[in-house]
Write a protein that binds this ligand. Sequence first.
Ligand code: ATP
Ligand code: MG
Length: 574
Amino acid sequence: MRLSQYPINTVKETPSEAEVISHQLMLRAGMIRRVAAGIYSWLPLGLRALRKVEGIVREEMNRAGAFELLMPAIQPAELWQESGRWAEYGPELLRLKDRHQRDFVFGPTHEEVITDIARREIKSYRQLPVNFYQIQLKFRDEVRPRFGVMRAREFIMKDAYSFHVDERSLAEGYAAMRAAYTRMFQRMGLNFRTVQADTGAIGGSASEEFQVLAASGEDAIAISDADDFAANVELAPALPPTAPRAPPAEPLARIPTPGAHTIEQLSTLLGIPASRCLKTLIVAGDDGTPVALLLRGDHDLNAVKAQKLPGIANPLRMASAAAVQAATGSRPGSVGPIGLTGVRVYADHAALAMADFVCGANVEDQHFTGTNWGRDLPAPAAADLRNVVAGDPSPSGNGRLQIVRGIEVGHIFQLGCKYSAAMNATVLDEAGNPTQMLMGCYGIGVTRIVAAAIEQNHDQRGIIWPDPIAPFTVYLVALNLQKSPRVRAAAEALYAELGAAGVEVLYDDRDARPGVKFADAELLGIPHRVIVGERGLEAGTLEYRHRRSTDSVDVPQQAALEFIRSRLQFASPV
Ligand code: ATP
Ligand code: MG
């Protein structure tokens, strides 16, 4: 491609609306343009990278034996009513009406449509297992679309759905997808981890996320420093402390704590660490009665864990100020477990290991000090309520946990019967009896991957594409070609030669200063750069540099094609 003819606008300045580096660079390189909040156009250069990602995803899905199909973006409400999600799905679901006032949704995912296809098309266990996938637009009306295409409202997903006659087949299908995902992300040159994930409201037996490691990632992941344990913090279990609780040393005392309504204010006022204060949170119960959750002051509540406990509303919600007042006689900020009656109480394991701690007195601006379980109040039910933190023992039994950030690019899931039961998707088993199909579902954020790859591969000057997903492989720069027929001739010859060899070249044949060309080369991040200039040609050489390297290599002009080929890094697809 000749850059002089390529529709591309690069921008020097960092766009102010872009918080993360990938969004900044995608805008500066002219890959995407915002149309509305969370809705983007992909311009030709960006689309090339996107198509590379799609290509790898498609190849690996096909290799794994899945069948590509294409389902509609707009889906009738009836299917969603059948599955129950018409009522369950919140405001993220974009609902529409047609001219006849019939209800539709713009699909955020396609379980209903595929289950409808499966129940019509698949009659016998002999047709199973089968895996269908598509690469298609989704819409989710995210509360906070941000980071460009990373958390968009409209985005492209590869979604796959497998159908099985029994659990064993489902587990095999799931393992095949896990292997395919691993290959895809390896081929894309991404640094990723496969982590245990929450199965959410659906339940199901297994679920894992593929997380691209990056500081800007929205997910926190707990990994062991001694083995390959990795789990989303949403789900990583916090082991109960093994050391015995210290015996009481202080008397219980009620003290005034004016203005101290947060753990931070309390620990500053009393000059003690947050870990000596008890955090009491009042959350909504599933029957209207609030529930008290007790945590060590320096620990954070884990909503995903808490909402699974009996008596707690799912999804988790904090109780209203009025409900807190009614249950405790006090406002949030002075609430504590002593004398709390008629309220179900759960204490985190670490909270139960505290001694001589400070907690709210259920009287405005008063706290207890020297509180001890058993002596001053009965120990409540123990539960795992908190997020794990760095240094916690790994649930695998080996080593300690570290917390790293990740971008979720894929999610695989053993769904079981949720949709086939709701939508009556059965096949005849070996004995000729109808049996519900089991289902797995497997998502990949195709557009998100492009941004995630940039988060992981950039420097202060621009993008550094891994070869397999680069929009072009070689950036060919001709210096001052307007003045030098020799440079033009050599560059044109190499451009033709590389093209004939199937190498994708972006040929900078613009009438522009070398500085402009170099700056764009760095920004666009095409991995292999070749410079054709007068001085080099004088000595019979061209200059090669990898985008990741600071050193250039002089290559004999005659050997340029072979040299460049030897530098290409495409993980073999076989
Ligand atoms: P997240 O936790 O990031 O909201 P999710 O768990 O809702 O994602 P899934 O329903 O598992 O996402 O969708 C499959 C994949 O689609 C995700 O792994 C992610 O890569 C991608 N994806 C989900 N939401 C978005 C979005 N708003 N923008 C871009 N990609 C997304
Ligand atoms: Mg997910």
